[in-house]
Design a protein around this ligand. Structure first.
Ligand SMILES: C[S@@+](CC[C@H](N)C(=O)[O-])C[C@H]1O[C@@H](n2cnc3c(N)ncnc32)[C@H](O)[C@@H]1O
Length: 286
């Protein structure tokens, strides 16, 4: 196991909970890849007495477990394959073309379904997820697909920092899928998203709660203020050469700045903004 204590390697508190990864002792070799990001704990079976969500590796796949073991979630590879095979609004929004593989930054990768479906349709996707638990689940999903889990393809990092550090027009497309804004109580988001929100510290019914997180440690009491969606779009436009695509709930209010164009599905829409090169071109034409 790694030398430096895990506490020294913990991410920004805004990234949410760092769940413990439990595994049967004989499977230790299979979970060593996660030791730099998560506390690892051998256990004969999935713990049911925990107050916080945890991860459980059963030898086949990594799962997110909550509510005393009652709720368990993980993405099946078939689900991604099915998503990739269907006529995809997202693929159109990202302007995927069969013979011209685009480079795409999936900046808020989460469970990874969208990004991997785009990868299966030919895009060269880099996925970034800042919560170590969500990153580990995506790492495992990529492993089950036989896809690279190297940091060049999957990063456990703050995408805001990744955007600041990336050169102009580093990729063709940046895809942003933040947690959806609040909506009526009757329509809860799906179970898997609820579970993810428990770990990433974002209440699915109140994402703004994540915008101010009490900082632990020496700066205790300090507040971490996250960029607004408008700031995300502006930063992403500098890094994307052709477009920035933002997933929104269909009925979400229009964003400022207004998107250049939109693609609407039954429940979600994709707001598209020109990337740096396209924006420059438009400026020159005017
Ligand atoms: C709605 S989920 C994305 C779902 C994803 N598109 C999918 O298909 O599964 C949003 C994710 O963005 C991540 N996130 C939020 N802010 C981030 C940041 N600054 N850097 C990296 N990831 C971030 C959250 O941890 C969460 O897992």
């Amino acid at each position: 196991m790694s030398d430096s204590p895990l506490a020294e390697r913990l991410p920004n508190p805004a990234a949410g909970l760092v769940p413990t990864l439990y595994f049967p002792a004989h499977l230790e070799a299979a979970v060593v890849a996660y030791q730099d990001r998560l506390p690892l704990q051998a256990a004969p079976e999935v713990p049911t007495n925990l107050s916080q969500p945890c991860l459980w590796f059963d030898g086949e796949q990594l799962q997110l477990v909550a509510a005393g073991g009652v709720m368990q979630a993980c993405v099946a590879t078939q689900e991604v394959t099915k998503r990739a095979a269907g006529v995809s609004l997202l693929a159109r929004a990202c302007n995927l073309a069969p013979r011209q593989p685009i480079r795409l930054l999936d900046a808020m990768a989460g469970w990874g379904v969208d990004g991997l479906a785009l990868q299966m349709r030919g895009a060269k996707v880099v996925q970034v997820e800042r919560n170590p638990g969500a990153w580990a689940l995506l790492h495992d999903l990529r492993r089950r697909f036989g896809y690279s889990t190297q940091p060049t393809d999957l990063r456990c990092a703050d995408a805001w920092q990744v955007l600041q550090d990336s050169p102009a027009a580093a990729v063709e497309v940046v895809y942003l899928d933040p947690m959806f804004a609040p909506r009526k109580k009757t329509a809860l988001p799906n179970k898997r998203l609820q579970l993810l929100a428990q770990v990433t510290n974002v209440h699915p019914e109140n994402p703004s709660a994540s915008l101010q997180v009490a900082q632990a440690g020496p700066d205790e009491g300090a507040v971490v203020v996250e960029p607004t969606l408008g700031e995300w779009i502006a930063a992403a436009q500098q890094v994307a050469s052709t477009r920035v695509v933002v997933k929104r709930r269909l009925k979400d209010p229009p964003m400022q700045p207004s998107p250049a164009w939109q693609l609407k599905g039954k429940t979600v829409r994709y707001d598209c903004y020109p990337g740096l090169a396209a924006a420059l071109y438009r400026t020159l034409k005017v």
